[in-house]
Design a protein. Sequence first.
Lengths: 185, 183
Amino acid sequence: MTSVIEEQAAADGRRSAGGLGRIAAFLVLVVVVESVWLGALLLGTSPLAADAEIEALVNGYVAAFETNDIEGLRAVVTGDFTVVEQFDTSITRGWVPVLDEIDLDGIALMLDQTRTTMDLVRRSDLVVTGEGPWFVADVEEWTQERRRIHQASVYLVVEDAGELQIGRKWVVGAELGRAGGGGDA
Amino acid sequence: MSDVLHATDGTRIEARTDRGILPWIVGVLGIVAVALAIWLGMLLTAEPELGASGEIQSLVDDYISAAEAGEAEGLAAILTEDFSADLTFDWIVTPGYAPLDDADTRDQLLEEIDVRYFDPQLARVSRLAVTGDGPWFVADVEEWELFDYRLHQGSIYVVTEEEGRLLLDRKWVIGAQLELPED
């Protein structure tokens, strides 16, 4: 009697282990599929995403602008660099674009006269097309004192003597209201 | 690991099973699978930072599709009355990034689309980036093919809300014309 029960118990144990083995195999499969999917999401780049060199160049421009670093700007732009701006500002009140084109000296003067710095709040990933020149686009959200500034930008990146530089920048945007306060300025 | 059984006569029977550390492995795998599933779910449902909402994405998609297909009526339905398009392009015949003297008005654009002066075909477009809370500023880059040329361009769209509907109010295009590579 005892030996029958022992055999039965052993058989139950083997069946249980077999069941667990199938569950383990299934879970391994699930983990592998999830890992591959996650890897693709985390490592994958979107179509037309900026490569590292162009991204570093434009990031350098934005960082220099944020810190009023005119020499930092000079380091990443061409000698005939200009910015074309069309802004809906709190002075113009309403969607009446202000057309402006400034060269680097004009930017230096503007940064020198600006009493308050602009702070970058959020910025999208960069997207790029072209094979030289390259066209790079992003959107940015800035604050200056209590104003929020939303803008979309296109950068023209050119290669000069083997070095990438920003040749022009177009910015379109608006002051949309007070930072943190809501409502229009 | 073992199972303990008792025979009817009270004999204690310890039956060793073949499971070993298998239950532990199954437990750990289960936890890992659930954790990965949660992580995946968060990534798949997360709103992209400054990515386009579905409505703004659809609006710009409709604009690009109508422009590509030459559907003036479809285009007219998504433009404000004040819509204008500014084009700054480095053409092969006119090198340099000179803006057109005047922006295209809504009517001029619709006429150009309707009579099909050009028949550009969209080759690739990036995802959209959006900022603002009305108006919204949208940026992307696009590649078009036109005759034997490629057009690479960065685009900025201004989207406004009128009577509860999102419409395109302005568009800026900055780009260059390149020759298609020979096969």
